[in-house]
Structure formats: C-alpha cells, structure tokens
Ligand binder design. Structure first.
Ligand code: HEC
Length: 130
C-alpha cells in the first residue's frame, strides 16, 4: 500500500504538470499494485471484508476514469477523476477498518529528485500541456 501511496502522489504531480505520459505510467502502476492486492493480499486479518472484491468494487472504475482523463490530456477532468479516486481509497479504508488512514490530494512534492514536467523531447504534448 505504501507503493500505492507513492503512485497516487506521483500521479497527481504528473497530471498537474501536464506530463500525460508519466501520468499514464502511474495509472498503470497503480492498477498493477491493486492487481497484487487481489492476488497476494486478498484478505487482511483486521478487515471485516475481503480486500480483493473491494478493489474491484471500489477502485477499478475511478482508476479507469483517471486513465480516460489522462488519455484526453484534460486537466479539469483529471482533477475531478483524481479526487474521485482518492475518495475510493478512503471508502476502502473505511470498509476494511482502516478508516483512520485518510488519503488526500498531495500538497507538497516529496519526490524532489524526479522532474514531473514533460521533457522537451517527449513528443506531441497533450492538449492541456504547458
Ligand atoms: C481494497 C481496499 C483498499 C483500497 C482500494 C485502497 N486501500 Fe490503502 N489500505 C488498505 C488496507 C487494508 C490498508 C492497511 C493494510 C496494511 O497495509 O497492513 C491500507 C493502507 C494504506 C496506507 C497506509 C500505509 C502506511 O503504512 O502508512 C496508505 C497510505 C494507503 N493505504 C493508501 C491508499 C491509496 C492512496 C489508495 C488509492 C489509490 C488506497 N490506499 C486504496 C485498503 C485499501
């Protein structure tokens, strides 16, 4: 889950910087992270509900919508979809007895060793790229 926290933060900064290729990558990594939850951690000892079905029910569609916003290079749609995704994270935490663990839009970038703006040679920028 710590990896997903990192992906969630990087996804935000990539989208805000208009680096849609990096954002696409983080969406894919988040999807794989949740695949691993389904495969390797389908249950949790403190959770009243199994995690696997919760992933499918709560997070797949919001994540897919983030992917569509990224594909469209649409910043406003991305922000809305990101907030809905974050809401999904929190709904699953509540469902699994981890409601004390609240995630939110990141405010400061903890990854100062990574550039989030698209590199100059990154090909055709999305419509919303700076
Ligand atoms: C399937 C339900 C589920 C979904 C969906 C989910 N989480 Fe979690 N999350 C958990 C559970 C259960 C734990 C505590 C389990 C553990 O790591 O021991 C947890 C723990 C965490 C932690 C605590 C890690 C720590 O050590 O402080 C963070 C941060 C976190 N999740 C972020 C996220 C983010 C960000 C998303 C959405 C992108 C997300 N989670 C989606 C169930 C979920």
């Amino acid at each position: 889950m710590t990896f997903n926290q990192m992906r969630h933060a990087k996804l935000w900064f990539a989208g805000e910087a208009g680096n849609w290729k990096l954002a696409r990558y983080e969406v894919d990594e988040l999807g794989e992270g949740f695949d691993d939850v389904v495969r390797y951690h389908p249950t949790h000892k403190d959770s009243p509900v199994p995690l696997g079905p919760s992933v499918e029910k709560i997070i797949r569609e919001p994540l897919a919508e983030v992917g569509r916003a990224v594909a469209a290079g649409d910043r406003a749609r991305f922000e809305k979809a990101f907030d809905a995704l974050t809401d999904g994270c929190n709904r699953c935490h509540q469902a699994t007895n981890f409601g004390f663990n609240v995630v939110q839009r990141p405010s400061t970038n903890a990854f100062s060793n990574q550039a989030f703006a698209p590199p100059a040679n990154s090909g055709t920028p999305g419509p919303d790229a700076r």
